[in-house]
Ligand binder design. Structure first.
Ligand SMILES: Nc1ncnc2c1ncn2[C@@H]1O[C@H](COP(=O)(O)OP(=O)(O)O)[C@@H](O)[C@H]1O
Ligand SMILES: [Mg+2]
Length: 281
């Protein structure tokens, strides 16, 4: 089976501007990372702040071009060069950020937020755009009357649902989720994680799930890639890595996560399952 996305020796260098008597410096933020994800699976990228998770995520999401290495989508090498990816490629890969408020235009109604990707990337007529946006609103647990509301009228969890809906409008194969629940309350986190799991099952989506929170990773991941100072120090199935973390850094990271967080998330997930179908808070 061809991987939906594959990275081979991916590297990213940033140039840090110099100052008086200080020459510019090069920072290698991602140091030769390899991975492959099959369709319908979730690879979690974990690591502390500054370890290079978002930098890697931006390469996978076709926002930044890597300094070295190869990125393949559906088996084909992609090189966005210095231009934007083609509409066909753009529609395959989408990204959701931690703070959807930052990426939602406060003056744009939610319906327009959802219809915009269709307008920019497809020849669909207005009536069809509207029908698809309304259908997607329902899919992410929002109500039809939300179509004409503005971003500030929603809670954090609802705004993240809107960001997820927008990311799905072009029927992507792959979603990069960069700390998608980190800014949300625990109970809302569980609901959004449930939604992501449901959408993955329904649409056969492949996820790159970036998080510093191991209790969340344990719930959502099939495989886990641990980053430390730009390098992938360990990569294994969720079962394997949680049962027997091999790398000293992974053990250190795991030791810092309270087990009770996980129990709390599981309990809330179970409660949410009982309420499925209700409009989200
Ligand atoms: N645009 C940039 N220019 C220079 N350095 C950057 C830039 N973005 C990130 N970095 C640096 O790269 C490293 C990795 O950052 P990042 O990928 O955001 O880590 P994480 O998402 O794991 O917190 C950090 O040292 C950060 O300061
Ligand atoms: Mg980050």
């Amino acid at each position: 089976m061809t991987a939906v996305v594959e990275g081979i020796g991916l590297c990213q260098d940033y140039v840090i501007a110099g100052g008086f008597l200080r020459p510019p410096e090069m920072l290698r933020a991602v140091k030769g990372v390899d991975f492959a994800i099959e369709q319908g699976k979730t690879l979690a990228i974990v690591g502390e702040s500054g370890s290079g998770k978002s930098t890697l995520g931006r390469i996978i999401a076709l926002i930044d071009r890597q300094s070295a290495g190869v990125l393949k989508i559906d088996g084909d090498e992609v090189d966005i060069g210095h231009s934007k990816p083609s509409p066909a490629l753009r529609s395959k890969v989408q990204i959701v950020f931690q703070n959807p408020y930052g990426s939602l235009n406060p003056r744009q109604k939610i319906g327009d937020v959802l219809m915009e990707p269709l307008m920019l990337n497809t020849p669909l007529p207005a009536s069809e755009r509207r029908a698809r946006a309304e259908a997607m609103l329902a899919k992410v647990g929002l109500a039809p009357e939300h179509f004409n509301r503005y971003p500030h009228m929603f809670s954090g969890g609802q705004r993240q649902r809107i960001a997820i809906a927008r990311a799905l409008m072009l029927n992507p194969r792959l979603l990069v989720l960069d700390e998608p629940v980190s800014a949300l309350d625990l109970s809302v986190q569980a609901q959004v994680l449930n939604l992501l799991a449901d959408l993955q099952a329904e649409f056969g989506l492949t996820y790159v799930f970036i998080s510093h929170d191991l209790s969340v990773v344990r719930y959502i991941a099939d495989d886990v890639l641990v980053m430390h100072q730009g390098a992938a120090v360990e990569q294994a199935s969720r079962e394997q890595i949680f049962a027997a973390p091999a790398h000293p850094y992974t053990r250190e990271l795991f030791a810092a996560t309270p087990v009770t967080d996980l129990a709390a998330i599981r309990a809330r997930v179970a409660r949410r399952a009982a309420h499925r179908g209700a409009v989200a808070p």
